[in-house]
Design a binder for this molecule. Structure first.
Ligand code: BGC
Length: 326
């Protein structure tokens, strides 16, 4: 009899728990279909698995400001328990973030922040100004303080891109390095490749280096240089992230340095925090305290990867169970 009672209680508890768990779905919204976002999603799904909840992930094919806003509205309409978003155009998305929060849906930003005043609870991602500055310092070393650089980016509205460019340019101050132009591929890898090709033909012998601001840019720069018959290192490349092609071109010597972000952890921590906020309420005392202390930013950090430490980096990602090729 006692055994039966325990058995019934266990069934009831498991039943209650799974009904509760089934009601928790968190929405994660990326910016583009680059493999970078697969790694964000992988971290988000790992957190979902650990918590026994569901995470829906969506990213538009390339930069798509209205598409991102309608996906955000869709998440709110579907009753998500929390939303993580990487705003392609922060100003455009702020009213929707503010509205979701007023409806009781906690929102955090990942990878790129929203304009201040959006009310988002946390930003989880890279310190983009600092990462851009570090990239600039690498460039100064590679060019011995003198030369011409073309910058390729995937957005001229997202905060992370603007902050990286600002940091990069600030690091060049006081040197003889000039930025010739800044070109926007709108997170389209094919467009990045053709922009690099046209920069090579426009600037020819005047060109000493490329800076790649987004995931797709370093490989596009290296690929176009290789295809145009340049030797590895003849024109320098400093870029962001570590996808399969970035890895290959670093091994081949076409890419000299990459500031590698931690997208897996952006997804992971976003889901963990949103789950906590959904359960205890976004104004749970610990969060208020953290915000009062001005720690509403979770800096996931970067690793500077060069041909010298590439193998250590690969080992580290293996330990985490993340393909280094992401
Ligand atoms: C950026 C993302 C961007 C991705 C793909 C990354 O470097 O942090 O904002 O969506 O590149 O373009």
């Amino acid at each position: 009899m006692k055994k039966l009672f325990v058995f019934v209680m266990v069934i009831l508890l498991v039943g209650t728990f799974s009904v509760f768990a089934a009601t928790i779905t968190i929405g994660v919204l990326g910016k583009a279909a680059e493999a970078y976002w697969m790694q964000v999603n992988q971290g988000a799904q790992a957190a979902a698995k650990a918590l026994g909840i569901t995470v829906n992930f969506y990213a538009p094919q390339t930069e798509d400001i209205p598409g991102q806003i309608s996906a955000f509205q869709g998440y709110v309409a579907q009753g998500m328990a929390g939303i993580a978003i990487a705003p392609s155009a922060p100003d455009a998305v702020v009213p929707y973030i503010t509205k979701a929060i007023s409806m009781g849906v906690p929102v955090v930003t990942i990878d790129t922040d929203a304009a201040s005043g959006s009310g988002r609870y946390f930003y989880i991602g890279t310190d983009n100004y600092k990462a851009g500055y570090i990239g600039g310092q690498e460039m100064v070393k590679l060019l011995n303080g003198k030369g011409n650089v073309v910058i390729i980016t995937g957005s001229l509205s997202a905060n992370n891109s603007l902050e990286r460019i600002q940091g990069f340019e600030d690091a060049l101050k006081g040197t003889d390095i000039k930025v010739l132009t800044i070109l926007n591929d709108q997170e389209d890898a094919a467009k990045a490749f053709s922009l690099v090709q046209s920069a090579i033909s426009t600037y020819g012998n005047n060109l000493n280096a490329f800076y790649g601001v987004y995931y797709e840019d370093g490989p596009a720069e290296a690929n176009a240089l290789k295809s145009a018959g340049f030797q590895p290192g003849q024109i320098k490349v400093v870029c962001f992230d570590m996808g399969p092609d970035t890895l290959k071109y670093t091994q081949e010597g076409y890419i000299q340095a990459a500031t590698v972000q931690k997208p897996y952890f952006m997804g992971y921590f976003a889901v963990m925090l949103l789950y906590d906020m959904a359960k205890i309420g976004p104004l749970g005392p610990q969060y208020v305290k953290m915000m009062e202390n001005n720690t509403d930013v979770i800096d996931t950090g970067i690793t500077v990867v060069t041909p010298n430490n590439l193998n250590d980096y690969i080992q580290w990602t293996k330990q985490l169970g993340i393909p280094s090729s992401y």
